[in-house]
Design a protein around this ligand. Structure first.
Ligand code: IPE
Ligand code: IPE
Ligand code: MG
Length: 255
């Protein structure tokens, strides 16, 4: 069973700070192009933005941060770029995991890791094991992740574990790759495109969506605060009416 309530079957408690922020880190290539640099220079700068945003989320009390690093469709890119991204991922794992651990951050990776170099997978597993008991922010990197892949693998697991039993929302959700996190409260996509690109299809059912033209290498603590400010201004109704929400608010005393 999933540890968290589903936004379609229960109404979650919401606060001033989103518990779970999910980000599509887009715009690295365009950031580089604007500077007449190769696309990969944008990816390199993107790692610095990741560092800053992880720190800022931890400082603001966000519980879970999920970052889309490589989609199941990104294999379609030129092979030199894919190779560079894999090397960059390995380098980041080598350099950052111990730092994450020292800062009390729990590190996880979601996605189909089967096509990855075993050295990368080994670093991922080591990092996950090292940081598993940490109490701080849960940082999840989505690598070779696709929302459709996730739903299908969860459905297949349901079928294998109890063949013939109907698949319920609860059973499916508890087999999704992010079974350890509540559904995202805030989704951010940088880089100006306004699409989901096969990210967390199931979990975004009631997430507040925020799109910014800021390119990922330029995104940092200030831009994150703008996104959180926008989130705070939203009325999350989960299917109810605005009047119902107003009626549930504590009434000011008269006299
Ligand atoms: C996002 O930046 C990083 C990955 C998808 C790995 P892009 O590389 O997609 O940058 P743009 O969209 O081409 O600017
Ligand atoms: C989405 O960005 C995936 C990641 C940021 C990892 P893309 O740049 O691949 O998305 P599309 O192709 O523009 O939809
Ligand atoms: Mg892109």
């Amino acid at each position: 069973m999933s540890a968290f309530e589903s936004t379609t079957t229960a109404i979650p408690e919401t606060g001033e700070v989103p518990r779970h922020v999910a980000i599509i880190m887009d715009g690295n290539g365009r950031w580089a192009k604007k500077r007449f640099l190769p696309r990969v220079a944008g990816h390199r700068r993107g790692v610095e933005a990741v560092r800053e945003v992880v720190k800022a989320c931890a400082a603001r009390g966000v519980e879970c941060l999920t970052l889309f690093a490589f989609s199941s469709e990104n294999w379609r890119r030129p092979s030199e770029e894919v190779t560079f991204l894999m090397q960059l991922f390995l380098k980041a794992l080598e350099q950052e995991v111990d730092k994450l651990h020292r800062n009390g951050i729990r590190f996880r990776v979601i996605g189909d890791l089967s096509p990855f170099d075993p050295v990368i997978v080994e670093h991922i597993r080591r990092g996950e094991a090292l940081t598993a008991a940490n109490p701080g922010l849960t940082l999840t990197v989505a690598a070779n992740y696709g929302g459709r892949w996730d739903i299908l693998q969860a459905a297949n697991r349901c079928r294998e574990e109890s063949p013939g039993e109907p698949i319920t929302e609860e059973r499916l959700a508890s087999r999704l790759a992010l079974d350890y996190a509540p559904e995202p409260d805030l989704f951010i996509r940088t880089g100006g495109e306004e699409r989901i690109s096969n990210f967390l299809l199931w979990q975004l059912a009631y997430t507040e969506l925020y799109f910014t033209p800021v390119l990922w290498p330029d995104f940092g603590a200030a831009a994150l605060d703008e996104a959180i400010a926008s989130y705070r201004s939203r009325e999350r109704r989960f299917g109810r009416t605005s009047e119902q929400l107003q009626a549930a608010l504590p009434q000011p005393r008269v006299g």
